[in-house]
Write a protein that binds this ligand. Structure first.
Ligand SMILES: [Zn+2]
Ligand SMILES: [Zn+2]
Length: 263
């Protein structure tokens, strides 16, 4: 499996991905907004885009569908419950469905509600396992719930779907928010050594030069994966005096998500 990360330079800092079978050159385009960039990149490398997959229905994740399909005849895949909003979906997906790309790639569809209630992530069973996490899990952060989402559902997704993945899983997120998110980590947990080191190391780096972090690394600097950290809980109790001494991970997640909204 080859993963090509594309940077269309949108104001929302989107990443696009081409997931390519090395044997056949068949490619799956994840969340295309900038169709030209996606099509030009595939053409340069001699890849054939045979499928487009949208992690969810927000415009910056589907805006290039029509032009990619017109140019390639690719099939569009998305959560079955997002098909009406996206339009022209050829295959509605449910949790556990398999998506094959060429001969060598099999991706597993994970139902991951929270950012929207019809969001999917793709898990690649490969030598280096990988997750295409859309707007659910960001590098050092979590998706917002402003546009049709629900923080409690997002917590359940983290607790059930994300927590079940191997630590070696490479996290390919829908946007480059890594540096900004590290700022939030340090606001909630000042002195977090992994966040401090990474912030220093990455300052000024171009988006395509940002590291692809693993889930195991995320557990050191992603606040939303550190729900039992005494420093995070102590800081939250200062902000929310009603929070009990030993809050549940769910309560901590929901308060963190609320604070992140206003950060
Ligand atoms: Zn979104
Ligand atoms: Zn997005």
């Amino acid at each position: 499996m080859h993963v090509e990360r594309l940077w269309p330079d949108t104001r929302l800092r989107n990443y696009h991905y081409l997931v390519v079978c090395r044997e056949t050159g068949d490619a799956l385009a994840v969340d295309p907004w900038d169709a030209d960039l996606v099509l030009d990149t595939a053409k340069q490398h001699g890849w054939q885009i045979t499928q487009v997959l949208n992690t969810h229905h927000h415009h910056d994740h589907i805006g290039g569908n029509a032009r990619v399909v017109a140019a390639t005849g690719a099939k569009v895949l998305a959560h079955a419950d997002a098909a009406r909003q996206i339009g022209h979906v050829d295959r509605g997906l449910a949790h556990g469905d398999a998506i094959r790309v060429g001969r060598s790639i099999e991706l597993e569809c994970l139902d991951t509600p929270g950012h929207t209630m019809s969001h999917i992530c793709l898990f690649a069973h490969a030598e280096t396992p990988a997750l295409f996490s859309g707007d659910t899990l960001f590098n050092a952060g979590a998706g917002n719930c402003h546009n049709g989402g629900d923080p409690a559902a997002l917590y359940e997704t983290f607790a059930t779907r994300i927590a079940a993945l191997p630590d070696a899983t490479a996290i390919h997120a829908g946007h480059d928010y890594l540096l900004n998110n590290l700022g939030f980590t340090l606001a909630r947990e000042p002195g977090n050594p992994a966040a401090l080191a990474l912030q220093q190391q990455l300052a000024g780096r171009a988006p395509l030069a940002m590291p692809v972090t693993t889930l195991g690394e995320e557990k050191h600097f992603n606040t939303f994966l550190r729900l039992t950290s005494p420093a995070i809980i102590a800081g939250l109790r200062e902000r929310f005096p009603d929070l009990p001494d030993a809050p549940s991970p769910r309560e901590v997640f929901i308060r963190l998500r609320a604070l992140r909204n206003g950060w």
